[in-house]
Design a protein around this ligand. Sequence first.
Ligand code: APR
Length: 239
Amino acid sequence: MLVDLLEKSNYIVVYTGAGMSTESGLPDFRSANTGLWEKEDPTQIASTEALNRDVEKFFQFYRERVIGVKDCKPHNGHDILAKWEKDGLIQSIITQNVDGFHSEAGSENVMELHGTLQKVHCETCKKEYGSEMYESETFYCGCGGKLRPSIVLFGEGLPEETFMKAVEESEKADLFIVLGSSLTVTPANQFPLIAKENGAKLLIVNMDPTHFDDLADVVINDQKIGEVLAEIDRHLVKK
Ligand code: APR
């Protein structure tokens, strides 16, 4: 049934959240017991206010996440999505994730709504550096400004161009596939709605239920994304 859904669609857009990277070894944010926000209040640590009020805690929190991303790598699910793009089965990926794993796995048309942990930039002069600066605990720019990860912090807007491209892709989709997101954070959670409003079918693959499940045409809970993608891939008609 899922295979039919994909094979009958002409423009498939995939939308991923942190649940796409837990099988790579990275924690998500809201899974019970293991999510990052089970231990930290995101507004107190993942915000521009934290960067200014508690900068040492901010630096250490993000240094740990930068190292986590470097210690982990894309899993089979990322590889399958990259292959499906090359085969012309899916057209693009809208991701909330900042680990860069879709690009590392070979996906090309990737919209990083929340930026990337692969880079840091100076809060003052905006100069960009690789995130290895955080690995070596270099937290300040040559100009004296603070270095911060090139991600969207709570209280900040999403990158305009990326956002508009994601709107366009969501409007063009006739199948919109959500993989591993609780769909709780706006405006990133608007894209499944935009797709649905433009006539797309909506497939949600997420361990836990989401508030959008009643909007979806198909919902798969309690299964790992990597296994669901591998199962679909096995049954696709070999091109
Ligand atoms: N397979 C399927 N689903 C999974 C898996 C898995 N292997 N691992 C986790 N999940 C599901 C969880 O059930 C959870 O509902 O992925 C979802 C991840 O939800 P969140 O942790 O809320 O992550 P996300 O939706 O990406 O968060 C959005 O919040 O803090 C901000 O900027 C941060 O981009 C992030 C945004």
